[in-house]
Design a protein around this ligand. Sequence first.
Ligand code: NDP
Length: 252
Amino acid sequence: MKLFDLHGRAAIVTGGNGGIGRGLALAFAQAGADVCIAARSKSKLDSTAAEIEALGANCLSIECDVNELEDLKRTLELTKERFGACHILVNNAGIAQQALPQDLTDEQWDRVIDTNLTSVFRFSRTVFPTFRDQGGGKIINIGSEYSLFGSAFVPGYSASKGGVIQLTKSLAVAWADVNIQVNAIIPGWITSEMTGPVKENVEMFQAIVSRTPAGRFGEPEELGGAGIFLASAASDFVTGQSIVVDGGYSVS
Ligand code: NDP
């Protein structure tokens, strides 16, 4: 399975210390990659780094706020220093802000757009010279069902995730000639800290599960297959695309 092999590849996963980011980081490690996980919580970084190292992979964990440009630059530099290169960037870090549009404050709007969309642009722009000069690279952005659908309750989140998909297409078009592939994964409802309150709300949980043809939430590890595909040579002629991993939710 050389096509999907990530030995000799180094990946940065933002928000790699929990939820979907952790699932992707573990999958990359299993496929042979060196992995840098970058997020704010040190205790979660430490426990995920231990899991990655237990798989026999090299792991670098960096305290990084994706809203701080200097943190993004430092994360890339430390990754190159430790692993000799950086080939894969996963822009996964994200937050949700729940409020009806008429109640969403400017501060909440800015926070969710900055974290979920602006940071994706900034980190992608930061890695661009490295990827270009080494002859290529892979950027994987994390969208959402709300990249596709509107939501009364998370209008800023929905706008940010719609933007992520359009940004993915634009970066893909701009950078295809220097062999950088930029794609997105659109997860359905996945068990994580973010969806914890949704799973605890029995009515909402039942509504989601009954609308999902697979009849359940997904687990973070289940994003691994799409992640490895988009990070590996198997996807070298795939760019600007979104892979939906949702148990059929978006087609039912
Ligand atoms: P979690 O809340 O479990 O994980 C979010 C991660 O992002 C955490 O590791 C957190 O780490 C990190 N993070 C948040 N803000 C920042 C920041 N400013 N700087 C650095 N890291 C940050 O949620 P999920 O795993 O569910 O979410 C991961 C991504 O998947 C998000 O983009 C989310 O929108 C998306 N998604 C999730 C779905 C789901 O059903 N779970 C569905 C569709 C999309 P820390 O707090 O330590 O910084």
